[in-house]
Design a binder for this molecule. Structure first.
Ligand SMILES: [Zn+2]
Ligand SMILES: [Zn+2]
Length: 137
């Protein structure tokens, strides 16, 4: 994987750079991701917060996760692209949307999470481990 990893929103107003290899990669099929993205699931990489450099102004929308923690979802106020997030309880790592990478083909999902919320038409790779909810706690 070539570093830094770069990406940004549809209009280009918000850009980001990731200076290290992601800690993990997953597809989240939860209902909140479906709504927030207007897509069947979120393809995301967890990256160290200290390794994520963001330029441009973005807005955040807060939701309460099943865990009770606040999840902030960041999007470009100009074009609406959902870019990254942060969790009030896990500040060391941040999820970044793999679909917003300049080269999304480098993304290698390792697991499917919140598959209990997945839609029947959301086809998943049968070879990936599946978790009904959040596998981290
Ligand atoms: Zn934009
Ligand atoms: Zn989700």
């Amino acid at each position: 994987m070539k570093l830094p990893i770069t990406g940004g929103c549809l209009c280009g107003a918000v850009r980001y750079e990731i200076s290290v290899k992601p800690a993990s990669s997953f597809n989240c099929h939860c209902r909140t991701c479906q709504k927030a993205l207007g897509a069947p699931y979120l393809a995301a990489m967890l990256v160290p917060s200290s390794a994520l450099t963001i330029t441009g102004n973005y807005k955040e929308y807060a939701t309460i996760a099943a865990s009770g923690h606040v999840v902030y979802r960041a999007f470009c106020p100009e074009c609406g692209t959902a870019l990254f997030g942060r969790n009030s309880a896990f500040t060391k790592l941040r999820p970044v949307s793999a679909s917003t990478l300049d080269d999304p083909s480098i993304f290698r999902p390792q697991k499917d999470i919140w598959v209990a919320d997945a839609q029947p038409w959301d086809y998943m790779n049968p070879d990936l481990p599946k978790f009904d909810g959040n596998p981290w706690h």
